[in-house]
Design a protein around this ligand. Structure first.
Ligand SMILES: Cc1ncc(COP(=O)(O)O)c(C=O)c1O
Ligand SMILES: [Zn+2]
Length: 423
């Protein structure tokens, strides 16, 4: 395991003020380069990630910070005065004790991290805020992305508020709500005839030609991905400065899962929590489950698939961080599981019915996967468990609209109401 606090630099002095971020380090061969808008290692093409000169930081310093991801700014690749220049304050969403959902699932100590409460109603506001702050320092002025939907919302909104141009590429088959809730910010939104993996390839090609475009999840991906650590930090802080014993996380590219794990490890190494053992579980939709398939087959290679699921937000057939998800899950003793579209809808409805939280399809995947993991004995019913609910159900109404509605349509009479209710 990497000892974060003692990582050594051979990359020279950082030229950009990105706080305690010191260099970009290859996840495969460890080669380091100075901070820049790079994402692949020149030596081995492995993915680059941010390395830090970790500061000494205390719980009370964090607690005194803003009620947003910026309370953790010392552990993010953003300038020290980020709270002055940042124009969005995502994060610090609620961690809900979920006793009624827990009873339904057979988990005695369950919490839901409700990230629907972010400015554009998904966890993507976290990663985009960090990407925008870093992109500003790196000299960009256009914010771009390929997206499965939630990222499109977050990029278009953050760019609008910053007065930046945005270029957002989405698969044309995306849910109508996600298209409208991106288009409303009036950036350059293009619907591409293809699936997400086609859109992602296109973005990589464009990023090479348009050096002034910060594609948040392509050329500034190392910075962007760090934003997901804040989900791990918040869970630990909101549990009373301790790590959960089990956590279930939806997987598309896999960045979020690997960064929540990194956040937990950093908090342990920095002495902010006891480094107690925890197990990380990945959740996928059956119609796009390449990481789950690799986990179950016991292999390290994630074979790409062609997605076919109602869970469009997680429909990445060739997940960039798939192998690192497998590493994190195997290292911690967790698992990756997948569920059918029927189970996803049932998961959305169960969470709504028991906790009053309406999640998008990715949340349905998390809840349904937790159910399956309890049933197959992989989740311990007595352990402290957290489910990450990462997006809002109002964006994926299509998934439920044919199945739910009023009990009856009645005339405005008390008698008719009583009759309809069987009273
Ligand atoms: C709501 C939601 N949850 C989870 C994810 C998974 O994120 P990652 O690509 O980091 O695995 C996504 C990705 O788009 C998403 O939209
Ligand atoms: Zn390398």
């Amino acid at each position: 395991m990497t000892t974060f606090a003692s990582a050594q630099s051979d990359a020279g002095t950082a030229t950009f003020d990105l706080g305690s971020a010191r260099a970009l380090s290859c996840r495969e061969c460890g080669h380091q380069i100075p901070l820049a808008a790079e994402f692949a290692c020149a030596e081995c093409f492995g993915p680059l990630e941010v390395a830090y000169d970790y500061p000494t930081i205390t719980r009370s310093e964090i607690e005194a910070g803003p009620k947003s991801i910026w309370r953790y700014r010392a552990l993010l690749p953003v300038p020290s005065d980020v709270t002055r220049i940042a124009n969005t304050d995502p994060g610090y969403t609620r961690l809900v004790k979920a006793d009624r959902l827990g009873a339904a699932l057979g988990l005695r100590h369950l919490w839901v991290k409700d990230d629907t409460g972010n400015p554009t109603h998904s966890f993507k506001d976290r990663v985009v805020a960090v990407a925008l702050a870093a992109a500003r320092v790196l000299g960009f002025s256009v914010l771009a992305c390929p997206s499965t939907g939630n990222l499109a919302n977050a990029v278009a909104a953050a760019a609008a508020r910053a007065g930046w141009r945005s270029v957002v590429l989405i698969p044309s088959s995306l849910e109508q709500a996600k298209i409208l809730t991106t288009a409303v910010y009036d950036g350059d939104l293009l619907a591409v005839e293809g699936n997400y993996d086609d859109v992602n390839r296109l973005a990589t090609e464009l990023a090479a030609d348009h050096e002034d475009w910060a594609f948040v999840n392509v050329n500034v991906r190392p910075y962007y991905a760090e934003g997901s650590k804040t989900l791990g930090y918040e869970v630990a802080e909101q549990l009373g400065w301790r790590l959960p014993e089990q956590i279930v996380i939806p997987v598309a590219s896999g960045a979020q899962l690997t960064k929540v794990d990194k956040g937990f490890r950093e908090f342990g190494e920095l002495g902010l929590v006891e480094p107690t053992p925890y197990r990380v579980f990945g959740a996928q939709a059956n119609g796009c489950s390449p990481v789950s398939a690799a986990f179950k087959a016991g292999v390290d290679v994630v074979t790409p698939v062609r997605p076919d699921t109602i869970v469009r937000s997680l429909a990445i057939g060739a997940p960039a961080d798939g192998p690192y998800v497998l590493d994190a899950v195997r290292r911690t003793g967790g698992a990756v599981e997948d569920v059918t579209d029927e189970e996803v809808v049932a998961g959305i409805r169960l969470l709504a019915r028991t906790e009053g939280i309406f999640a998008e399809t990715a949340g349905g995947v998390t809840v349904a996967t937790a159910k399956k993991l309890v049933e197959n004995g992989k989740l311990d019913p007595d352990a402290d468990t957290v489910l990450l609910i990462t997006g809002d159900g109002l964006k994926t109404l299509d998934a439920v609209q044919d199945r739910i509605g009023p009990k009856a349509t009645v005339p405005p009479s008390a008698k008719a109401v009583r009759e309809a209710l069987g009273l």
